[in-house]
Design a protein around this ligand. Structure first.
Ligand code: PEP
Length: 253
């Protein structure tokens, strides 16, 4: 059975002290009332080592929001996959639409990042999704397929087992405009089909596909009720314990 996952993406929010306090509070809340899904928090690089000391890793996984496309060396300001791993983190988000749009991350760059992350024993949360104009032109499937092909199709099936996919329609990120559960289900089923075609049906069945884009406690249950939606990648609502826990609890009956 593939994993049900709720992952938080803190983005560029919280000072170190605020982030540590948030992680501590989340850890206390989930220790008192255990989740029935996997929970991951992805934080800015500078928080990772400190947050790692505050959380029970059997309840909360830890991830970065990015890593470099190079192994090591003269790349001022970059953080390598090996450095991320050394903090205690087990995950890294790659291919987020903000990285693609604002930092010029192409499919080829992302392919390097994915390869380095996996080589350093990090699980990858790989984001894909179309912008509004692409959806309005009916091109969303084509766009998402190209994103998968461009960065993941040279992986082995075994490597792909360490990749979680996150479908994040760009028009729904941080906009308060959520995809309907039917739109999410249609796309997730399509993505699973693409994975099945390339890697086989058994691999596709085991691949968790998360939805991301203005997911909140009020819509999480409906989104997660769909057979191909295996959880969520959560931005804004991951910054408050009550909201994030509300989404985590959507997996409970
Ligand atoms: C995200 O950026 O990954 C995201 C899903 O953001 P939000 O939940 O704020 O839309």
């Amino acid at each position: 059975m593939r994993k049900k996952i709720v992952a938080g993406n803190w983005k560029m929010n919280k000072t170190l002290q605020e982030g540590v306090a948030l992680a501590k509070d989340l850890n206390a809340a989930l220790t008192a009332d255990k989740p029935v899904c996997d929970v991951v928090i992805c934080t800015p690089f500078i928080h990772l080592a400190s947050v790692n000391n505050e959380i029970d890793k059997s309840i909360i996984g830890l991830g970065a929001e990015n890593c470099a496309d190079k192994v090591s060396g003269a790349y001022t300001g970059e953080v390598s996959a090996a450095m991320v791993k050394s903090t205690g983190a087990d995950y890294v988000i790659l291919g987020h639409s903000e990285r693609r749009a604002y930092y010029g991350e192409t499919a080829a760059i992302l392919k390097e990042k994915v390869n380095l992350a996996l080589a350093n024993d990090l699980k990858v949360i790989f984001c894909i999704g179309e912008v509004l104009e692409e959806r309005e032109a009916g091109k969303q499937n084509e766009v998402v397929k190209e994103q998968l092909e461009g960065s993941l199709f040279e992986l082995s099936a075994e490597q792909l087992s360490n990749v979680v996919l996150a479908y994040e329609p760009v028009w729904a990120i941080g906009t308060g405009k959520t995809a309907t559960s039917e739109q999410a289900e249609d796309m997730h089923a399509f993505i699973r089909g693409v994975i099945a075609e390339k890697f086989g049906a058994a691999v596709a069945e085991e691949t968790s596909i998360l939805y991301g884009g203005s997911c909140k406690p009020s819509n999480a249950k409906e989104l997660f009720s769909k057979p191909n939606v295996d959880g969520g990648l959560i931005g804004g609502a991951a910054l408050e314990v009550a909201d994030f826990k509300g989404i985590i609890d959507a997996w409970k009956n």
